[in-house]
Design a protein around this ligand. Structure first.
Ligand code: ZN
Ligand code: ZN
Length: 146
């Protein structure tokens, strides 16, 4: 069966994989392409998402999502969409700097941390603060929904 499959295409024009390896998003609703695509995510969704290929980080919104068709053969068995929370530079600020990345499930811990470090410097917390220097990752979780 063929399912609707939402993805982002890296906004870096020089990214070598922007067309061939999109950033797949964890849509919890599986709908076949014979019906209209899911009403997902919420219209005000936006997030910083890092490209695992080129390392560039951009803020994406619901309008950046492109819907394709996929058989999803092992897509989420082999890969994950992670949410990383980093400490923000402002002492006492309640908001973490949140960065997302689509990556292999078996990526070594140190490699994932390194990729997050390289990509996260341009991200901000909800109050507009940059990540702390040096960067500190508070936690990383796999997401099943945005
Ligand atoms: Zn890229
Ligand atoms: Zn902050």
């Amino acid at each position: 069966m063929i399912y609707w499959c939402p993805a982002l295409h890296c906004k870096n024009p020089d990214c070598p994989f922007r067309e061939t390896l999109p950033i797949f998003l964890p849509c919890p609703i599986r709908l076949e392409t014979t019906v209209s695509r899911p009403d997902w995510p919420r219209p005000d969704w936006k997030a910083f998402v890092a490209c695992r290929q080129c390392g560039h980080l951009y803020e994406y919104t619901e309008r950046d999502i492109q819907w394709g068709a996929s058989q999803e053969l092992g897509l989420w068995g082999q890969n994950q969409f992670v949410r990383a929370e980093l400490e923000c530079e402002q002492e006492g600020c309640e908001f973490p700097v949140v960065v997302h990345m689509f990556c292999e499930k078996d990526i070594p811990h140190a490699t994932l941390d390194q990729k997050l470090f390289e990509s996260s410097k341009q991200a901000t917390c909800s109050a507009g603060h940059r990540p702390s220097d040096p960067l500190y990752i508070k936690r990383v979780v796999g997401l099943g929904d945005l």
